[in-house]
Design a protein around this ligand. Structure first.
Ligand code: G6P
Length: 605
């Protein structure tokens, strides 16, 4: 996730762009930059670090010109370096672009451009856009059409804006599966990734649709469809929000905003560079023993991953809590051990010490992380980025669901590589993966209200049980972690089959027991466990398929879920549990964004 902004008008563009960049920093903050146009020349300043640091070093605000674009970056392709920071230019330096999104076919486009003798400076996917436009311009195509033809060649997602010395009072912009909004002003127009970047300049906004491109001048804006080039009308809407409300997209907390962002973040996580996924799959396949190592939420994703690897790829792996890795397995690892570390930040000390220990013993280290340039990306032989964008709420939400989806994708590539499951099963699983973002969208629409009511009941509880079998054990663990860390209610989780071996003795009248029961092969056993708990007075809350009448009748409280492949169920089934934790904290008067005693990233052992 990155943030982009553009201004064309009569005032100095740079101070306006700088203000907008500060507001967009929540979308990414590893590097930033701006391009302005003045006297037929494109001026560019960019660097790594936070916007404020870069401005102190480079004086972004003193850049000349009444037109410009700017970008704040959350690296997805290419490390966070000055060269990889946006804006990017063509070979002549007369076109500058900023881009948010992922160009999936950039390797092919880059090759084509290199064959045509283009000099590409960065390792980003974005830079190809400027060079493709340059190529069309060379052939005599005019700028708007060169831009459109370029967009038609891009696979993936983008919100893109460009300035060119050929057209000194015009910004061109376009979007596909990434947000982009026009701010309409008196004597100026702006474009930005979100309304927060525009609000101090104007409340009049045009929300572009997917597949729209726009041309902005100081006193006009026109919108066209990218596929046909035809002009379309988009209404101007008045946005009446304070900047503070807008930063959270109107949500009262970042956590809720991030929960609702999941259809988008999951879509981004599906767009992985398949080359890297394959490399990870190949290296995993070579291991004699494979450990999945993580802490907190990332460990819960590792548990889901071990079920996925086993059932989809027929590969046994051991999920391990990072701080226990050395004591438990340190003595037995060696050159034929593979460790796949999962860490949102890529900086968790317990994970890094396990990796350092393993590195000294010649193990192969692999990673899944949300943070390019993190220590994990430097110590890993190969890594995959989960593309969730920055997460501000301390409790991980969108990063968990993305991690599970990335693990599922790796499992599927491994299955293909190992030839262990039938082609039709691979195809079926793949099509379920593609449907996950829309299923999650559906869950968010249907469960919020019922969960709000349930939260009132849970907020009164002294203890809560959260149980599941098979891969749903990982869902239960993640639901329990969220509820415990936000509402401070002690919460007990174990694989449901363990009840009779001890924990059931805690059950007394009214104790809430949440069962994660997607329609899988454990359905009958789940029914048995639910009856067992009910018989001892538990208040049973069951998450199950909307068509399962038996479960619905049995449960004291039933949460209806849409159909999903059982092995992917941790993704949608975690959503109601995230909301339950959030609303229980709210009912109890706690701040879900800042749970006590916790930090987003724990960089001490
Ligand atoms: C902290 C955070 C958790 C997170 C864990 C692991 O405890 O509060 O939300 O899951 O660290 O973080 P990582 O960045 O390695 O995923």
């Amino acid at each position: 996730m990155c943030g982009i902004v553009g201004y064309v008008g009569t005032e100095n563009a740079a101070p306006i762009l700088l203000r907008a960049l500060r507001r967009l920093e929540y979308r990414g903050y590893d590097s930033a930059g701006a391009a302005t146009l003045y006297g037929g020349v494109v001026f560019i300043k960019k660097d790594t670090g936070r916007v404020e640091e870069i401005n102190a070093r480079l004086k972004l605000e003193s850049m000349p010109g009444a037109i410009g674009i700017a970008h704040t970056r959350w690296a997805t392709h290419g490390a966070p370096t000055t060269i990889n920071a946006h804006p990017h230019t063509d070979c002549t330096g007369s076109i500058a672009i900023v881009h948010n999104g992922v160009i999936e076919n950039y390797l092919a486009l880059k090759k084509e451009l290199l064959d045509l003798d283009h000099a590409l400076a960065s390792r980003t996917d974005s830079e190809v856009i400027a060079h493709l436009i340059e190529e069309y311009l060379k052939k005599g195509v005019e700028l708007k059409e060169a831009f459109r033809k370029t967009l038609l060649r891009l696979e993936g997602s983008y919100a893109v804006a460009l300035v060119s010395s050929q057209s000194p009072d015009t910004i061109l912009a376009a979007r596909r599966e990434a947000p982009l909004i026009i701010g309409v002003g008196k004597g100026f127009n702006m474009i930005a990734s979100d309304i927060t970047a525009l609000l101090d300049m104007t409340g009049e906004m045009v929300f572009l649709h997917d597949g729209d491109m726009a041309i902005l001048t100081p006193d006009s804006y026109r919108v066209y469809r990218i596929d046909t080039g035809e002009a379309v009308e988009r209404p101007v809407k008045t946005v009446d929000l304070t900047i503070e409300m807008a930063e959270k997209h109107g949500y009262p907390h970042f956590m809720l905003k991030e929960i609702f962002e999941q259809p988008e973040t999951l879509r981004n996580s599906l767009r992985l560079q398949i080359e890297y996924v394959d490399l990870l799959a190949e290296l995993l396949d070579k291991g004699r023993v494979i450990y999945l190592v993580g802490a907190g939420t990332s460990y819960n994703a590792c548990i889901a991953g071990s079920y996925l690897f086993s059932q989809i790829a027929r590969l046994s792996t051991f999920p391990v809590i990072a701080s226990e890795f050395i004591p438990n397995y340190g003595a037995s690892i060696g050159v034929d051990t593979v460790i796949l570390a999962v860490s949102q930040s890529g900086e968790t000390a317990d994970v890094l010490s396990a990796l350092e220990y393993a590195r000294m013993r010649a193990c192969t280290i692999l990673g899944i992380t949300n943070t390019v340039g993190s220590t994990l990306t430097r110590v890993a032989r190969a890594y995959v980025l989960q593309n969730s964008g920055p997460e501000i709420g301390v409790a991980a939400t969108k990063t968990f669901t993305s991690q599970v989806l990335v693990l599922a994708k790796i499992a599927l590539r491994l299955a293909r590589l190992r030839g262990k499951i039938a082609q039709y099963e691979i195809d079926e699983f793949n099509s379920w993966m593609e449907k996950v973002p829309s299923i999650v969208h559906d869950v968010l629409e249907r469960v919020e209200e019922p969960i709000k009511k349930l939260a009132e009941r849970i907020a009164e509880s002294r203890v809560v049980f959260m149980l599941g079998r098979g891969v749903s054990y990982s869902t239960a663990l993640e639901g329990r972690l969220k509820l415990m860390e936000l509402s401070y209610i002690p919460c007990i989780t174990y694989p449901a089959g363990e009840s009779k071996h001890g924990p059931i003795s805690v059950i007394e009248n009214g104790v809430p027991v949440v069962f994660i029961a997607p329609p899988d092969e454990y359905r009958k056993l789940n029914i048995g466990s639910i009856m067992e708990m009910k018989a001892r007075g538990a208040y049973t809350i069951v998450l199950g398929d909307s068509s399962d009448q038996d479960l619905k009748q049995l449960a004291d409280h039933y949460i209806e879920m849409p159909k999903i492949h059982p092995l992917l169920s941790p993704i949608p089934y975690t959503i109601p549990l995230q909301l339950l934790a959030y609303y229980t904290a709210v009912v109890k008067g706690y701040d879900p964004d800042k749970p006590r005693n916790l930090a987003k990233s724990i960089t001490v052992p």
